[in-house]
Design a protein around this ligand. Structure first.
Ligand SMILES: O=C1O[C@H](COP(=O)(O)O)[C@@H](O)[C@H](O)[C@H]1O
Length: 238
């Protein structure tokens, strides 16, 4: 298989401009896939900039109901809890754009009938065989993506597509997360990063040398495209 193309950075003046640009780019990509006669599969992330992007998604710019939505990670708290990434996505765009619940594949919540490991494996087994169209990823100041944290064994998982995470350094402590084999089964990976607090992580992720152990974001890439949507603060140490 040919090597994935090199990552590209797209730097915007601030968080608002970044959010508007990603919202427009996502609408364009979704509409382009729909024009090919396919239903796009998009992996959602949580996080501050992601919510700002979701709030800007324009009802007229694409058919948001004809998209299948997945999650890159989730907080293992009860359904409807405000810490849930799916709750944040519902509040910021899924409900507003009347996306049917059948199009949204949430990760299991605390209170489901299985263990976290079984819940993670069940989600992994439900993932499509075809590559995702776009995987959206926020990046933590420590360089984590999804719930793959520096120094955690889950960063190196090669067999399971979704895993349980205990003792997350960022609350809440219990989570489930796609692994790199699942996250990288995608045509496009878009990193969404805003703010000075993430500038070191961005610089480490894009440096020629470095380790996945220290900066998990180094491990995510798309088969056709890897884009880093940044604001000037997040790009400040490149
Ligand atoms: O815990 C998480 O954090 C990251 C980034 O969040 P932010 O608030 O620093 O932007 C997010 O990408 C991930 O999905 C989430 O579970």
């Amino acid at each position: 298989m040919p090597d994935a193309p090199a990552a590209r950075t797209l730097v915007h003046t601030g968080a608002d401009a970044l959010a508007a640009a990603v919202a427009a780019a996502l609408a364009e990509r979704v509409a382009a896939v729909q024009a090919e006669g396919r239903t796009p599969h998009v992996v959602l992330t949580g996080g501050t900039i992601a919510i700002a992007i979701y709030e800007r998604l324009d009802a007229e710019a694409a058919d948001w109901s004809d998209v299948v939505y997945w999650f890159g990670d989730e907080r293992f708290v009860p359904e409807g809890h405000e810490d849930r990434n799916d709750r944040q996505a519902r509040d910021s765009f899924l409900d507003r754009l009347s996306v049917p619940a059948s199009q949204v594949h949430s990760m299991p919540a605390h209170g489901c009938s299985t263990s976290m490991a079984e819940a993670a494996d069940g989600y992994g087994a439900s993932l499509p065989d075809e590559p995702f169209d776009v995987v959206l990823l926020g990046v933590g100041p420590d360089g984590h993506v999804a719930s793959l944290f520096p120094g955690f064994a889950q960063v190196h998982e090669q067999e399971r597509r979704c895993v349980e995470v205990f003792d997350s350094p960022k609350p809440p402590p219990e989570r489930t997360s796609l692994t790199f084999p699942a996250l990288n089964h995608t045509r496009a990976t878009w990193f969404l990063v805003s703010g000075d607090g993430k500038a070191d992580a961005v610089a480490r992720a894009l440096a020629a040398d470095g380790s996945l152990e220290e900066t998990p974001a180094r491990g995510a890439h798309g088969r056709d495209e890897t884009l880093w949507f940044l604001d000037e603060d997040a790009a400040g140490r490149l």
